[in-house]
Design a protein around this ligand. Structure first.
Ligand code: GLA
Length: 402
């Protein structure tokens, strides 16, 4: 009896010590709000070099984007070289010294991200992590990496199709396990790293992504800098809101703001919609050479504040009517963001639209702030709203009246 009591006391003491001990490094929470930063792929694709990444880091600081919250500098595919005799991944000649690059990015007060695949090859055909997961995670930790994008690609033919040719359920299990494996490998390094899952939304990843350690997961195939693609991806996110929250986010892909031939209205609508979606805000343009109008969009602090709202509640479609999409998002402190986008097929026309507040669960006149003009705005029931094609009205209601 006495021995039992002593053990019980000892066990309680251990439990108390564990409970009050500071969280270990591996438990440091990441991505409590949607990650913000820059990624090389959308603009530089396979051409990205060490110099481009340094220039992006410099630009994040000099433009003020870092102060607005953009901290991750993410190198996408095509940095990889061969493995050495011990299997350790090397960089290719475009990235002469990854540790030095990471140190440079860190010296600016920023964080650095990298890219790999659970398959033998990445999407661009460079070395993937298959069979080297722990080794790669250790290498990333030694370099000082803070964020890993893990892209399915060749894992499909090389592992899923090969090991379970006619068994869909087994293929899906292999895919889940591949992500869990990299998540554990990262955790074992003791260095906190964001894990970005890139498998294009397969097998309803939003339902299981967090359980295998993902902090964000792509919900669709690749974005491109056309309004049609951005609208298709963005407006298809309705219904996924219940899967997002602090530490685990739906990812409708990286931003195309400032890329291709998007109009400024389209850039604004894209950015607004991604903020409504609590999406990661990873700029994908050439930061060192962007126009002031583009940086002004990326640095609209009021829109960023919607994206980064600490409640972490993803917005949803309130209703769609004709060419107009009306979305709403609950924000902390009882506030609400409302976003109306003209998704009309003609870029050059304007269309009258009458806002119905009851469809947003609102009653009577609402006063708020137009987040693109900064001016105060009054929303009344049935009011006509006129927008240029693909343009947006985004309003923050601090005290929505229901
Ligand atoms: C896939 C991803 C893109 C990018 C490329 C790189 O297409 O979805 O985001 O990472 O691979 O090869």
């Amino acid at each position: 009896m006495r021995t039992y009591k002593l053990w019980a006391v000892a066990a309680c003491m251990v439990a108390a010590i564990v409970a009050t001990a500071p969280a270990s490094v591996a438990q440091t929470p990441v991505a409590q709000t949607p990650p913000m930063g820059w990624n090389s792929w959308n603009f530089f694709a396979g051409k990205v070099t060490d110099a481009d990444v340094r220039a992006a880091a410099d630009a994040l600081v000099s433009t003020g984007m870092k102060d607005a919250g953009y901290v991750y500098v993410n190198i996408d595919d095509t940095w990889e070289g061969q493995r050495d005799a011990n299997g350790v991944i090397q960089t290719n000649s475009k990235f002469p010294d990854m540790k030095a690059l990471a140190d440079y990015v860190h010296s600016k007060g920023l964080k650095i991200g990298i890219y790999s695949s659970p398959g033998p090859k990445t999407c661009a055909g460079y070395a993937g992590s298959l069979g080297h997961e722990e080794q790669d995670a250790k290498t990333y930790a030694a370099w000082g990496i803070d964020y890993v994008k893990y892209d399915l690609c060749s894992f499909i033919p090389a592992v899923m199709m090969k090991q379970a040719p006619n068994d869909h359920a087994a293929q899906m299990r292999l895919m889940h396990e591949a992500y869990a494996k990299m998540s554990h490998a990262i955790e074992s390094t003791g260095r906190p790293m964001v894990l970005s899952m890139c498998q294009y939304g397969w097998d309803a990843v939003w339902e299981w992504g967090a359980s295998v350690g993902g902090n964000l997961w792509r919900t669709t195939g690749d974005i491109n800098p056309t309004w049609d693609r951005i609208a298709k991806i963005g407006f298809s996110q309705d219904g996924l809101e219940r899967y997002a929250g602090p530490g685990h986010w739906n990812d409708p892909d990286m931003l195309e703001v400032g890329n291709g031939r998007l109009s400024l209205a389209e850039d604004r609508s894209h950015f607004s919609l991604w903020a409504m979606l609590a999406a990661p805000l990873l700029a994908g343009n050439d930061l060192a050479h962007m126009k002031p109008e583009v940086s002004a969009i990326l640095m609209n602090r009021a829109v960023i504040a919607v994206d980064q709202d600490k409640l972490g509640e993803q917005g949803h479609r309130a209703y769609a009517e004709g060419e107009f999409e009306v979305w709403q998002r609950n924000l902390s402190g009882g506030a609400m963001a409302v976003c109306i986008i003209d998704n009309g097929s003609s870029r050059y026309s304007t269309h009258p639209f009458h806002l119905q507040l009851d469809k947003l669960g609102l009653r009577g006149t609402q006063t708020g702030t137009d987040l693109w003009t900064g001016k105060s705005v009054t929303l009344t029931d049935n009011m006509p709203i006129e927008l240029g094609a693909h343009d947006v009205l985004m309003v923050r209601l601090d005290h929505p009246a229901a």
